[in-house]
Write a protein that binds this ligand. Structure first.
Ligand code: NAD
Length: 500
């Protein structure tokens, strides 16, 4: 074993030699390429202590200086983009061009964070009473933490920590133990950009590390992205410990395909959204609800034809459309759902099981699968599969399609394909989902908006990054200040202060 991915604490790489470790795989080859250290409680506490010690000086550093680090970081990230994308591909499996898309979104969050001096300006009211001015300012919380999933090793940590630190907080990041390398490398680039030691710490690990963050009283806020059962656990545990929490969970996003849609463009969009990144995106599109039998028949035929042309292979080859699934365990889970769909009575139109990629026979490759006649009682409809499995549900009206979406436990993303403005407007007004597209299959908000689902896709009140991110990482303080003229003498007043 040539390599161990360790922690970054107080500006130093810590190997944690001798502690618990876990294998990290290259999903294209099935080989163990390195091990990741799994932090003990003591290691995580060391990181929290480093963040706690760094807080007073960082809090008092001007927002302009904090944002200058972000300007330098953006340049470094762009310079090292090839290296970062290769790290992502070699642990996650996604194709290089897809990794570049994720990295670009990560950098956009750095660009937003560059605006810290503007974003933190506060709100001022002059003369709220005689000689009295009042203003709200947004102060940092202190030590805060982020816990992230495997599927976006560059982007999701960057939804959190750049904004948190430009707001004056100090941070402990716990990336996914399945895809740890890019998150660590990008944190090292932040040090190179001038982030002082201790402001950003990275601990690798599993439940032990996470539980330490949730239970340590010095951690003021926790931002989480991952599956719904863990999101719910994080939310209930950390809020019970008095912390501010935003916990983003899983999804089962539906697109409605209306009979009047531009069907060829819709199918192109559906292909990327359903099978891009092997379906391992929380904004992936695993369900298409076709309105009308003819729409259903057409979409099935066209997706089937597209699947025959889809290029599957290792993510290092940029000509491929789709790489492997992340781990063997996940591969078995997803193929298990394909088996189940057949048992449940859905029609397996395209079967991606048992594909072989020459030279990569031990990789976790699953071909694109397409089910027709999926119904709402089926587990393949209800559960988040997180793989390249698209299900077609057939209904007769737009309202029926919308009722399905509104009744589903998740409410992350959705989309309608139509040429009719009235249908689209009715959809955007009445659909119970946090991120909504009209002819946009992956309506992932840009960094200066905010990202968040509804229902069991998000636990907490504030969405991720953008304007909500600023609110999440700061605490409002309202100051009322009076500088009376010394020439005016005022007696004591016992009534409640007001403008009466
Ligand atoms: P996961 O829930 O297994 O892991 C997420 C994080 O939680 C990891 O850092 C992991 O180490 C930690 N964790 C796992 N089990 C834990 C436990 N028992 N106690 C404490 N911590 C634990 O998720 P994943 O498989 O890495 O990622 C895929 C999931 O993330 C999917 O459900 C996907 O929809 C979701 N996701 C959601 C969004 C969103 O924005 N809503 C974005 C990306 C991914």
């Amino acid at each position: 074993m040539e390599k161990i991915v360790g922690h970054l604490i107080n500006g130093q790489l810590v190997a944690d030699n001798g502690g618990r470790r876990q294998d990290v795989y290259n999903p294209a080859t099935g080989e163990v390429t390195k091990q990741v250290a799994l932090a003990t409680k003591a290691t995580v506490e060391e990181a929290i202590t480093a963040a706690d010690k760094a807080f007073p000086a960082w809090r008092n550093t001007s927002p302009a200086k904090r944002s200058q680090v972000m300007f330098k970081l953006k340049v470094l990230l762009e310079e090292h983009s090839e290296t970062i994308c290769n790290m992502i591909t070699d642990e996650h499996g996604k194709v290089h061009h897809d990794a570049m898309g994720e990295l670009t979104r990560a950098i956009e969050n750095v660009e937003f964070a560059c605006g810290a001096p503007q974003l933190l300006k506060g709100e001022h009211s002059k003369n709220v009473g005689t000689s009295i001015d009042s203003w709200s300012e947004f102060q940092p919380l202190g030590v805060v933490a982020g816990i992230t999933p495997f599927n976006f090793p560059a982007m999701v940590p960057f939804w959190m920590w750049p904004l948190a630190v430009v707001c004056g907080n100090t941070f402990v990041l716990k990336p996914s133990e399945r895809t740890p390398t890019a998150s660590l490398f990008m944190a090292q680039l932040a040090l190179e950009a001038g982030l002082p030691a201790g402001v950003l710490n990275v601990v690798m690990g599993d439940k032990e590390a996470v539980d330490t963050l949730l239970n340590d009283s010095r951690v003021q806020a926790v931002s989480f992205v991952g599956s719904t059962p863990i999101a719910e656990y994080i939310y209930s545990t950390a809020t019970a410990n008095g912390k501010r929490v935003q916990a983003l969970g899983g999804a089962k996003n539906h697109a409605i395909l209306m009979p009047d849609a531009d069907i060829d463009n819709a199918v192109s969009a559906i292909m990327g959204a359903a099978y891009g990144s092997c379906g391992e995106r929380c904004m992936a599109l695993p369900i298409v609800v076709a309105v009308g039998e003819e729409t259903g028949d057409t979409v099935v035929e066209k997706v089937k034809a597209e699947l025959a042309m889809m290029k599957i292979g290792p993510g290092r080859d940029n000509n491929n459309d789709m790489g492997p699934l992340v781990t063997k365990a996940h591969f078995e889970k997803v193929t298990g759902y394909v088996d189940l769909g057949v048992e449940e009575g859905a029609t397996l139109v395209v079967d991606g099981r048992n594909i072989a990629i020459e030279g990569y026979e031990k990789g976790y490759f699953l071909g694109g699968c397409l089910f027709d006649h999926v119904t709402p009682e089926m587990k393949i409809y209800k559960d988040e599969i997180f793989g390249p499995v698209l299900g077609i549900v057939r209904v007769t009206t737009q309202q029926e399609a919308m009722d399905l979406i509104n009744d589903h436990e998740y409410g992350n993303g959705t989309c309608i394909f139509t040429r009719d403005g009235e249908s689209a407007r009715y959809f955007t007004d009445n659909i119970k989902v946090g991120m909504v597209g009209v002819n946009v299959p992956l309506p992932v908000p840009v960094s200066y908006q905010s990202f968040g689902g509804w229902k069991r896709s998000l636990f907490g009140d504030l969405s991720m990054y953008g304007p909500d991110g600023i609110r999440f990482w700061t605490r409002r303080k309202t100051i009322t200040q009076r500088w009376p003229s010394s020439s005016i003498r005022e007696g004591a007043k016992f009534s409640f202060p007001s403008n009466n």
